[in-house]
Design a protein around this ligand. Structure first.
Ligand SMILES: [Zn+2]
Length: 115
């Protein structure tokens, strides 16, 4: 099988593609402008880009929800760390706000499974 998979996944790089903190990410990782036609997912598949979403209300693949939750939490920590550095591309207050957004998203990815 594998054809007709009804699940919506998250891209494995979910937090980078979404980029609530694009400036931080561009400065830190570099950010590609092109959207690929297929992408790696958080659960290890490769699916059309259209079968992925960064939105917690749309992602139905449980493994991907878990991946997204972990990634958002990890990135929130990372953003706060970067925001606290001298010479950081973002102000500390801005970094805190961005981190809070990612933590809120992580929470939304953790709920909704079974409930
Ligand atoms: Zn998945």
């Amino acid at each position: 099988m594998g054809e007709g998979d009804p699940h919506i996944h998250v891209e494995v790089k979910v937090v980078r593609s979404q980029a609530a903190v694009r400036t931080v990410l561009a400065a830190t990782f570099g950010l590609a402008g092109d959207l690929p036609s297929t992408v790696a997912t958080g659960c290890g598949l490769r699916v059309p880009y259209a079968m992925t979403s960064p939105r917690p209300d749309r992602v139905t693949c449980l493994a991907c929800r878990e991946h997204a939750r972990a990634e958002h939490l990890r990135l929130a920590d990372e953003i706060e760390r970067i925001g606290g550095l001298p010479g950081s591309p973002v102000a500390a207050a801005e970094a805190r706000q961005a981190a809070a957004r990612h933590r809120a998203l992580a929470e939304r990815f953790s709920s909704g499974a079974g409930g």
